[in-house]
Design a protein around this ligand. Structure first.
Ligand SMILES: [Zn+2]
Length: 541
């Protein structure tokens, strides 16, 4: 369907019809207002501005946008979740990405910002105004909101209650896709057992049950199973076809030391990597397990039916820190490209969830540098998927599970480094020669946090988590001699907290492909599932 190009005419007709139907007894003739003369003619400085011509061209392009309302038209669905990628993070990442390419930055567009449809999503959990990632991921994956901290169990299940959780599980979009014979995949830079990836397959009343060491004896006695064990035993269809991320420790027993020198966490002695290989490595299916960059690079797509990649004991590295990995690990965009290559072999289509898990972790540690560089890599991964798929049959959705308390503040001049101190404009609108000072006489950065551990100057350190080993240092600092654009700079924070927190405002959602237009407007997070289900034909009507 195309947008009606003659809305004024049809609107007038509609007005006539409704006017006639309101009064049937000898109605007076309808008098329409005289056509107005065309609008004021515009001066050259307006018509010839690139802002003006770009705006007109963008309207024309938007009018050509195809809307596909056919249920089931989305043979493939890719859901991209930027964990903690609030609106301010998107804006700052856009500016950073543009500045990394030599532009002033504000005008740059991240890959997903070129998608034709966008909207807003309300992220609260059923019991929290500002949400956690387990409840939000459940909303997206199962189509119902639930409590903070629980995965794919109904909202009336008390957190940590094994027995109640067994009575009230929810079915996920990934399971529905599996049951229809589609291929499925999960990719994350966090542990595959962490809240967002776990929400594609696991049902637990406590997100901390990543391996059996996290469960109480009562929970174990009650028959509850940890998240990693649920992943390798997933019953829907033939189980997950492609899984890549971190979290090796939750799949390995305490007795096993991995290739990067870290021991497993499992107390039940089970080696879930071996169990996964035994489940699928039956001589018919070719199941491939990889755990480093070399293994990843060696994947033979044509000869691989099932792929499990566990590249780190805990979370994978921040993108800016990836070069420091011991065994080497792929980037999110590399993993995304490989996942699409593997999944698109299935002519029944696929469901893929890709999470950039560490935007969130960078923010929690008060490091805009790490959060934004991971967001830029996330945009790269989305570009890879956009290039590898067609908007005719693939619905790509990009969103965040929740926001963070990052602010973009002050009046920095155009093109001011987004990680820099605020340099304002003078009375002629030209950049000042030195950073602005606040009422306390000190300079300040464009980016800061409302709460968290606060300032640290760790120089060239590219791992934001090092910040946790140093004291909380909230409030104002003298940044005069500090390079705030350095990887190891941690922004000032107002309220001292052990860790910076999530934020409660809406997040953005961007979409391309069949059903993408349904995500326009302001919607509940659980609505995302229903767009995927309808557009992908995941539910019987
Ligand atoms: Zn978080």
């Amino acid at each position: 369907m195309q947008f009606n190009k003659f809305i004024p005419t049809s609107l007038a007709a509609a007005l006539l019809v409704s006017a006639c139907s309101e009064d049937r007894s000898n109605p007076p003739p309808v008098t329409l207002p005289e056509p107005q003369p065309t609008a004021l003619s515009l001066p050259a400085q307006q018509l010839e501005s690139p802002w003006f011509s770009d705006g007109r061209a963008t309207v024309e392009a938007a009018r050509e946008q195809v809307i596909n309302n056919t249920p089931g038209a989305a043979k493939n669905i890719i859901l991209f979740v930027g964990d903690g990628m609030g609106i301010s993070t998107v804006t700052a990442a856009r500016i950073l990405a543009g500045q990394q390419q030599g532009m002033s930055g504000e005008e740059y567009q991240l890959s997903f910002e070129k998608m034709p449809f966008a909207g807003l999503i309300k992220t609260y959990n059923t019991n929290q105004q500002t949400p956690d990632s387990a409840g939000t991921a459940t909303a997206m994956m199962a189509g119902v909101k639930t409590k903070a901290g629980v995965l794919n169990v109904a909202e009336d299940v008390p957190r940590g209650d094994c027995a109640a959780s067994q009575q009230r599980p929810l079915v996920t979009a990934l399971e529905l896709a599996e049951s229809l014979g589609k291929s499925t995949g999960v990719v994350s830079t966090a542990r595959l057992t962490h809240a967002t990836p776990a929400a594609t397959y696991a049902k637990v009343p406590e997100r901390g049950w990543e391996s059996d060491d996290g469960l109480s004896n009562d929970a174990k006695a009650g028959g509850c199973v940890d998240i990693a064990a649920q992943m390798v035993a997933l019953a829907a269809g033939d189980g997950i076809d492609v899984a890549m991320g971190g979290g090796r420790r939750h799949f390995l027993p305490e007795s096993v030391t991995d290739l990067e020198g870290k021991t497993g966490r499992r107390q039940d002695g089970r080696n879930l990597v071996q169990e996964w290989q035994q489940r699928y490595g039956d001589g018919v299916t070719n199941a491939v397990y990889v755990e480093d960059q070399a293994g990843f690079d060696g994947i033979d797509v044509a000869a691989t039916d099932k792929l499990l990649g566990l590249f780190e004991s805990s979370h994978m590295r921040y993108e800016a820190d990836r070069g420091n990995d011991i065994a080497g690990e792929p980037s999110l965009s590399q993993m995304t490209g490989k996942a699409v290559e593997l999944l698109e072999k299935d002519e029944d289509g696929y469901f893929l969830m890709v999470e950039s898990g560490r935007i969130d972790h960078g923010h929690h540690a008060g490091s805009a540098y790490n959060a934004l560089n991971d967001a830029v890599e996330f945009a790269e991964a989305i570009q890879v998927a956009m290039d590898a798929t067609s908007a005719e049959d693939t619905l790509i959705i990009v969103t965040a599970d929740h926001s963070h308390v990052l602010t973009i503040a002050g009046y920095p001049t155009r093109g001011n480094p987004i990680l820099g101190k605020v340099v304002g404009n003078d009375s002629h609108g030209e950049p000042e020669s030195a950073p602005a000072t606040a009422e306390d006489g000190l300079p300040f950065t464009t980016l800061s946090y409302a709460n968290g551990r606060g300032f640290a100057d760790l120089g060239s350190e590219t791992d934001a988590d090092v910040r946790y080993g140093l004291p909380v240092d909230a409030g104002r600092q003298d940044l005069t001699a500090v390079d705030t654009t350095a990887p190891g700079f941690h922004q000032e924070a107002l309220v001292p907290l052990e860790s910076e927190t999530h934020a409660g405002e809406d997040v953005g959602i961007w979409a391309r492909g069949p059903g993408a237009h349904l995500l326009s407007g302001t919607n509940e997070q659980s609505y995302i599932f229903h767009v995927m289900a309808r557009s992908g034909g995941l539910l019987a009507d």
